[in-house]
Unconditional design. Structure first.
Ligand SMILES: Cc1cc2nc3c(=O)[nH]c(=O)nc-3n(C[C@H](O)[C@H](O)[C@H](O)COP(=O)(O)OP(=O)(O)OC[C@H]3O[C@@H](n4cnc5c(N)ncnc54)[C@H](O)[C@@H]3O)c2cc1C
Length: 397
């Protein structure tokens, strides 16, 4: 058992770490303060530099101009990029585009690849994924109301969606809609590509997340699809295969998120340790001298190390034994790592005192914008229930 990163990616990981520290982290404050749109040029310049240095698209296959990394290798990259809120965006592997690119690559027709995947992979356009509906529980996505009815060689889509991340400024949405209402629950829906300039596509608003509506890539939209007419050729994969494809999208997606969260943990851990070793709470004593702060540091360190091993092992299992062999592991990391990250962010804020809730450090940004980690891609409770049921089944008499 070798716990070192694979030799094949070690030089790349060093280069990425350096690039993130020297170019990405110094730029993030401007992006977070002025917003995604006002920082368009800064972000484009960073992306161009990342491409020029041969580090673009770590998750993308080589035939699409990416690095073609394996899941474990990309996990290690994702951890390094997670140290900045704009890391994944600068390297062209940000959600939801990364997941959309993966399913377009696997299920897209030649025309779909040419029209949507190629410009997406180059970073010329952005995309979004539109499944969750305000009226229905996202945790049970078989209960979708959005329909796509067939009229000759077209689908006509009607539905109400929300939390369509990054829809603002996206060129297309991949919409999950019911095409086969009489089929079994998991065979009712299909994924359909909808250009965002199609008549009837209405982005109602960017939803405020704890007071911040965000913009562009950094936003979550409410959308109405009203009689949106698209060719049948816009369907991704076979009719009724929406859930199958969604599962494929979520498996690696959860690994990517978890490794990104570990990157966030490392950033927050650094921020916390730096602060408490400097903040005087007495004439000659810093906060770091207090046992309660030391306990936070030690607990966080143990939890980060445990998280990394769990996630890399899950990625390794998917790679070597297939997704179904890793099902339990993926559920475990999804709720465990999200919880580790959010508890650490909260403790780091606590040890920063009032400074912790200002925007003078990156902590408040994470507190607001990463809280969703325990909800999206399966809420904690659902993952716990699913994994516990499977475990308990093995104990049944
Ligand atoms: C930041 C963020 C980004 C997102 N991006 C996207 C996106 O790009 N595209 C998209 O389509 N969707 C997106 N979503 C939506 C996300 O997929 C849903 O929020 C998620 O599936 C949960 O669905 P819900 O919000 O409807 O909660 P519900 O299904 O109503 O569940 C509410 C709560 O009930 C509890 N619960 C649910 N089911 C059970 C159960 N079986 N047993 C016990 N407790 C249960 C859980 O605590 C859960 O949090 C995003 C969400 C967030 C927060």
């Amino acid at each position: 058992m070798d716990f070192d990163p694979p030799a094949s990616v070690r030089p790349l990981l060093d280069r990425i770490e350096k690039f993130v520290a020297e170019h990405v982290m110094p730029a993030e404050r401007e992006v977070l303060e002025t917003g995604f749109n006002a920082s368009a040029k800064l972000l484009a310049d960073l992306r161009a530099r990342c491409k020029a240095e041969g580090m673009w698209g770590p998750n993308l296959p080589k035939d699409l101009g990416g690095l073609g990394l394996t899941l474990v290798e990309h996990g290690l990259v994702s951890e390094r990029l997670g140290r900045s809120p704009i890391g994944h965006y600068v390297f062209g592997c940000q959600a939801p585009d990364a997941g959309n690119a993966e399913i377009l690559h696997k299920y897209g027709s030649a025309e779909q690849k040419q029209q949507w995947l190629e410009p997406l992979a180059r970073g010329d356009i952005r995309s979004c994924f539109s499944m969750t509906e305000p009226e229905n529980p996202g945790s049970n996505p078989t209960l979708l109301s959005c329909t796509a009815r067939r009229e000759g060689e077209h689908y006509v889509i009607d539905g109400h969606k929300w939390f369509t991340s990054s829809a603002d400024g996206a060129a297309f949405a991949i919409v999950m809609a019911v095409t086969n209402p009489d089929a079994s629950p998991h065979a009712r829906a299909s994924m359909i590509i909808v250009p965002t300039d199609a008549p009837g596509f209405e982005r109602v608003r960017n939803i405020k997340i704890m007071g911040d509506a965000g913009e562009g890539w950094a936003s979550h939209a409410e959308i109405w699809y009203r009689n949106v007419r698209v060719p049948v050729a816009n369907r991704l994969g076979p009719e009724g295969a929406g859930f199958l494809i969604a599962q494929e999208r979520l498996g690696p997606g959860r690994i990517h998120h978890c490794m990104r969260w570990i990157g966030i943990c490392e950033r927050v851990f650094d921020t916390m340790c730096t602060h408490i070793t400097r903040r005087k709470i007495d004439d000659d004593k810093t906060l770091a001298s207090r046992q309660i702060a030391q306990a936070y540091v030690a607990e966080a360190r143990a939890e980060i190390e445990a998280s990394r091993l769990m996630v890399l092992h899950a990625a390794w299992t998917i790679e070597h034994k297939g997704f179904s062999a890793a099902r339990d592991q993926v559920s475990l990391i999804k709720f465990y790592v999200a919880d580790v990250m959010l508890r650490l962010v909260d403790r780091a804020i606590q040890l920063h005192g009032a400074l912790g809730i200002t925007s003078d450090t990156v902590l408040a940004h994470y507190y607001v914008h990463e809280r969703g980690a325990r909800i999206y891609d399966g809420p904690d409770e659902v993952h716990k229930m699913v994994v516990a049921k499977r475990i308990l089944k093995r104990y049944e008499p």
